[in-house]
Design a protein around this ligand. Structure first.
Ligand SMILES: NC(=O)C1=CN([C@@H]2O[C@H](COP(=O)(O)OP(=O)(O)OC[C@H]3O[C@@H](n4cnc5c(N)ncnc54)[C@H](OP(=O)(O)O)[C@@H]3O)[C@@H](O)[C@H]2O)C=CC1
Ligand SMILES: N[C@@H](CC=O)C(=O)O
Ligand code: NA
Length: 375
């Protein structure tokens, strides 16, 4: 049994990743768990749990019904007050886990961090959006008494991408270029759609399966427009540019500054719901089939790749053609990401991180892994 006081965990967002995260957290046998759940917040309701009561063994199977029958509305202001009191008056260690994709929740990170509340999240919005929010997170989390901010699952889900980059930089290596397949959705789509043959499944059918498998963003257009990859590249390039000794890479003002080649047909821009978007996508299958056929005639496959070219001072994302013998063609399956770090030390052969890069289980694992770093 751990003799230390547990870290108190408040979860905001209980969708696909959030539910799996709660399940993984509650699967740590309670005598050994360094964590105690103190609240769950969906977009509608809050369930408050007493930090001093013993852990309820049935919570794992009952939290969903307890949350849906709770009469407390979702209220992030009250949650902030409660967590602040726990940190400042009761000297508890508190972690806020944001499992949403909400900009409004991300905007609260500096407030939480300034109060000494640690923040862990797979939500890419804060670190890839407005540059001022990113700077405020860096500033508040580096203050004396500030909370720590960890976001491993924002790039490559549970794969150790951010921790690897920080260790390379922190130990004095110089990044020359990071390149790879950064989207689980795009990886799955093109691994299935473009195998080197002239024909194969319809593009829209493969996109629908990627969504069913839980790889896509809540709206699949946020993957197909390349913005999800642009956000991941922004997160990595900002980490690089925040290391004083590292590089001349200019700080990106937002993910919109990344040169990104969208796959969304112009007629499907701005469709509000994922369901409508998927219903209208089959009308555009022929144009994607033509791209596949053209690549196949050159002995190539299609892959959606991202590059942070530190030496060249450029960050870009787009669809490229690769020979069928290239590692992007031969070694990827499912939602695999592959991220190659070309550095001064890892040269001419890069350091490679590869594996499933989307899906609830691996994303929640990356989130829980960040919590373990705080123990
Ligand atoms: N799925 C994956 O493979 C990966 C996902 N991620 C990131 O993880 C995050 C979660 O993704 P995922 O679980 O797939 O998405 P989901 O849409 O399944 O879950 C997000 C949840 O957040 C809830 N939510 C939205 N706003 C609020 C709010 N203000 N307060 C409380 N809850 C709120 C939504 O509730 P409601 O449904 O009621 O709107 C929804 O249940 C995203 O940021 C995503 O980019 C990162 C890596 C991989
Ligand atoms: N939609 C994203 C989920 C993980 O970040 C992806 O497909 O990679
Ligand atoms: Na990761």
């Amino acid at each position: 049994m751990s003799s230390q006081k547990p870290l108190l965990v408040a979860v905001v967002g209980v969708g696909l990743v959030g539910s799996e995260f709660i399940s993984q957290l509650l699967s740590i046998p309670s005598p050994y768990s360094p964590f105690k759940l103190i609240s769950l917040t969906s977009s509608k309701r809050t369930l408050t749990l007493n930090p001093t009561s013993p852990p309820a063994p049935q919570l794992k199977s009952e939290w969903k019904s307890l949350l849906s029958s709770s009469s407390l509305p979702a209220d992030l202001q009250s949650l902030t007050q409660r967590l602040t009191t726990l940190v400042s008056q009761d000297k508890e260690r508190v972690i806020l886990v944001d499992n949403t994709s909400s900009d409004a929740v991300a905007a609260l990170y500096p407030t939480w961090l300034a109060q000494g509340i640690n923040v862990v999240t797979p939500n890419k919005k804060a670190y890839s959006g407005d540059v001022q929010l990113w700077k405020d997170i860096l500033e508040t989390s580096s203050r004396q008494g500030g909370g720590r901010f960890l976001n491993e699952s924002t790039v490559g889900a549970g794969l150790p991408v951010i921790s690897t980059l920080k260790e390379l930089l922190g130990t004095g290596d110089k990044i020359i270029k990071i390149e790879g397949v950064f989207s689980g959705t795009m990886s799955y789509i093109f691994n299935e759609f473009s195998t080197g043959n002239e024909d194969g499944p319809a593009f829209s059918a493969v996109v629908s399966v990627a969504r069913e498998k839980g790889y896509t963003e809540p709206h699949p257009a946020d993957d197909l427009n390349g913005f999800d990859v642009a956000r991941k590249l922004t997160i990595l390039s900002r980490i690089i540019s925040s290391f004083p000794t590292s590089s001349s890479l200019p700080t990106l003002q937002s993910f919109a500054s990344v040169k990104t080649a969208s796959l969304i047909p112009p007629e499907l821009e701005g469709i509000p719901t994922g369901d409508e978007f998927l219903a209208r996508l089959p009308a555009h299958d022929a144009q994607f089939a033509k791209l596949r056929e053209d690549a196949s005639k050159e002995g190539k496959v299609l892959r959606f790749v991202g590059v942070v070219d530190v030496q060249g001072g450029e960050v870009r994302a787009g669809l490229e053609k690769y020979p069928t013998t290239h590692p992007f063609a031969t070694s990827l399956g499912g939602s695999d990401n592959i991220i190659m770090f070309h550095t001064e030390r890892y040269s001419p052969r890069p350091l490679i991180v590869q594996g499933a890069g989307a899906g609830a289980a691996v994303t929640a694992m990356g989130v829980l892994g960040d919590l373990l770093k705080l123990v």
